[in-house]
Design a protein around this ligand. Structure first.
Ligand code: FPP
Length: 237
């Protein structure tokens, strides 16, 4: 079969703080520059016909950062959703969120829900922001949902394949395809609690480029490499 571009790219956007430090700027300036790349990378993926792009914008562990940085990220996110709405509308980008947004302030929650609603019929590319997202938290929330629906009797009749399907159907990513390409910028080679279930067979790409310096040429080179990789999903051919 002819190799094809990934259906679902996921990106760990790391290196904003280091980018800012190198420029003699505050860490928050790095996040501001990162937000511009969020817009660009969405456009580049849409141009390539990639249907799904998930971006790790705030993890369940990021609350450990200084309050001033967390507050900045929340405000930046709200501003981004407001400023970018015309771009989603013009380019027919669908916006979705994964993660537990129940803890966010009402204004931010409303901005998220409003943009998800306004773009729900868009078909060009679905951009998914992972917000207050962690794989373990997502799996734990899924477990709680399922535990409420299962009796010992029904559980006894289920195969592990049935359970896998039920987990898939109850994760935040329920209607999304598995991740087939996972990119991490910023030089670290780890997954950091991101899409652990969904990226089981993803091709991994690690680059030292700091996220605010990530560009179209590098993405295109990774996509070309993706086409060269042999994907066997545990089989032999
Ligand atoms: C990691 O870099 C980045 C984050 C924790 C936040 C990601 C946020 C953005 C890219 C911008 C905001 C996004 C939107 C959608 C408005 P780091 O701060 O850990 O960098 P470092 O490893 O160099 O310190």
């Amino acid at each position: 079969m002819k190799p094809s571009y990934p259906q679902h790219i996921a990106v760990i956007m790391d290196g904003n703080g280091r980018w800012a430090k190198k420029q003699g700027k505050k860490r928050t300036q790095g996040h501001k520059e990162g937000a511009k790349i969020v817009r660009d990378i969405t456009q580049w993926c849409a141009e390539k016909g990639i249907p799904y792009l998930t971006l790790y914008a705030f993890s369940t562990e990021n609350w450990k950062r200084p309050k001033i940085e967390v507050d900045f990220l929340m405000k930046l996110l709200e501003k981004y959703l407001h400023d970018e709405k015309p771009v989603y509308m013009k380019n027919h980008i669908r916006f979705r969120v994964i993660g537990d947004i129940s803890v966010f302030n009402t204004r931010l929650k409303n901005a998220i829900l409003e943009l998800e609603h306004a773009t729900q019929n868009h078909t060009k590319l679905t951009q998914i922001l992972a917000l207050n997202y962690g794989s373990r938290d997502e799996i734990a929330r899924t477990f709680i949902k399922l535990a409420h629906t299962l009796t010992p009797h029904t559980l006894a009749s289920l195969t592990s394949q049935d359970i896998i399907s039920m987990i898939n159907a109850n994760l935040d990513t329920a209607t999304l395809p598995d991740v087939d390409m996972l990119i991490r910028t910023g030089g670290e080679k780890r997954i950091s609690n991101f899409m652990l279930w969904q990226a089981s067979y993803a091709e991994l790409f690690f680059t030292p480029t700091l996220f605010p310096s990530f560009g179209k040429n590098e993405l295109n080179a990774m996509l070309e490499e993706f086409l060269q990789r042999q994907r066997r999903f545990g089989g032999i051919e």
